[in-house]
Design a protein around this ligand. Structure first.
Ligand SMILES: *Cc1c(COP(=O)(O)O)cnc(C)c1O
Length: 397
């Protein structure tokens, strides 16, 4: 904001920080929002200034008033343990920056078995080729992860709840034992966002977001962010610089615009997601629902202890049905689009099966898996759409 923070003022609630964070109205001649700065070259007023690298901005790749507004807002949201936030052109590139910031040839990496699949591919292909070995672990391992530590274990990569299966990990327990060994802890916090889970306050060193999802919130950008604590920030800043990562100003501006309404959107996605999850759980076609905010879920106790809310993404296991019948159900839906990504205003569904690629756990859910994202549509409309879909499923069985 335009006025400097004062020690005598009470700390602000995260919902307020979403609105006030990163704003410098004086620098913007009074305008509420920053300009979208398209720029590479930054001119210096004199040779002396150039030689001394004097000035606030130096080159487009290293930041602009647009990127600074977003990184400052995110840093305030991440809390006092955050030393800096870096931007990358996608969530996956943010993940690569976090990993390459702390790993080198000969290192060993521990990764949760329910990790986002492209993260897994990065470990099995890019990192392996660089001489970094990955071991996958059961997301429910907790402090038992110590049995997997080797002398050369340098980092643990977490994601909770995990992709597709939504299993919860005890992040504080894992972080505590890893930290005691000087091992870096990276968390993919895309599901919760820093609004619902403050990774850096729970022992995480590097917290990754695909801002493509809820921060953007409108299915119209690609962007990744990494927040670092004081120990990790120098390593992260170096990796971002050495890899040459930066994000386009239009996407950065749209992420900042999305961030301002994150609290109201997430509250609505949470309520709608829980209502639809309960509705689906009561359907005869559904074997079980995977959603950590439901009291019967195996991850519920950990979610309740560590998270302040849920988003609109969860999964469902249907009772056994032929693929053709599941396809007929999916094809009949009018309001649930089929496509990758999530976190926008619209409802989505995709079929999934983790059996072929999980290696530390066995995926035998007892029926076909569907992952739902509940958008901002009217819930009666969504239920009616699914109800007619289940009739189509029954006929196609
Ligand atoms: C989508 C997603 C990513 C990747 O983000 P992109 O912006 O699509 O590159 C990473 N992690 C999780 C958990 C995701 O859902």
């Amino acid at each position: 904001m335009s006025r400097p923070p004062s020690d005598t003022q009470p700390p602000l609630d995260p919902a307020t920080l979403l609105v006030t964070g990163g704003r410098d109205t004086a620098a913007q001649k009074g305008f509420v929002n920053p300009p979208v700065v398209h720029g590479s070259t930054v001119l210096y007023p004199s040779a002396e200034d150039l030689l001394a690298h004097r000035g606030e901005y130096h080159y487009g790749r290293h930041g602009s008033p647009t990127t600074r507004a977003l990184t400052q807002a995110l840093q305030e949201l991440e809390g006092s343990n955050c030393a800096g936030v870096a931007l990358a052109p996608s969530g996956v590139s943010a993940i690569s920056a976090a990993l390459l910031a702390v790993l080198k040839a000969g290192d060993h990496l521990l990764v949760s078995d329910s990790i986002y699949r492209p993260t897994r591919s990065m470990c099995d292909d890019l990192l392996l080729g660089l001489g970094i070995e990955t071991t996958y672990f059961d997301p429910l391992i907790g402090a038992g992860i110590t049995s997997l530590f080797r002398d050369n274990t340098r980092a643990v990569f977490l994601e909770a709840p995990g992709s597709q299966s939504l299993d919860m990990s005890d992040i504080p327990a894992i972080a505590a034992v890893a930290r005691a060994r000087g091992i870096w802890i990276i968390n993919d916090n895309t599901w919760a966002t820093p609004l619902l889970f403050r990774s850096l306050d729970k022992g995480v060193d590097l917290s990754v977001q695909s801002a493509t999802k809820y921060i953007g919130g409108h299915s119209d950008i690609m962007l990744g962010t990494v927040a670092a604590n004081g120990r990790a920030w120098p390593k992260l800043a170096a990796a971002i610089r050495l890899l040459g990562l930066c994000a386009g100003p239009d996407d950065v501006f749209l992420a900042l615009r999305g961030l301002r309404t994150l609290a109201v959107r997430l509250a609505r996605h949470q309520a709608a997601g829980i209502e639809m999850a309960n509705w689906l759980a009561a359907r005869p076609e559904v074997l079980r629902v995977l959603h950590p905010a439901l009291p019967g879920d195996p991850g519920h106790a950990i979610w309740k202890r560590d998270f302040s809310g849920a988003c609109g993404l969860f999964s469902v296991i249907l009772r056994p049905a032929p693929q053709a019948a599941v396809n007929a159900f999916l094809n009949s839906l009018r309001l649930f689009g089929m496509g990758f990504s999530w976190g926008g205003f619209e409802s989505l569904v995709i079929p999934f099966d983790c059996a072929s690629y999980r290696t530390a756990t066995v995926w035998q859910p007892g029926g076909p898996g569907l992952r739902f994202h509940i958008g901002l549509e009217n819930l009666d409309d969504l239920k009616a759409d699914l109800a007619q879909g289940f009739e189509v499923l029954a006929k196609a069985r």
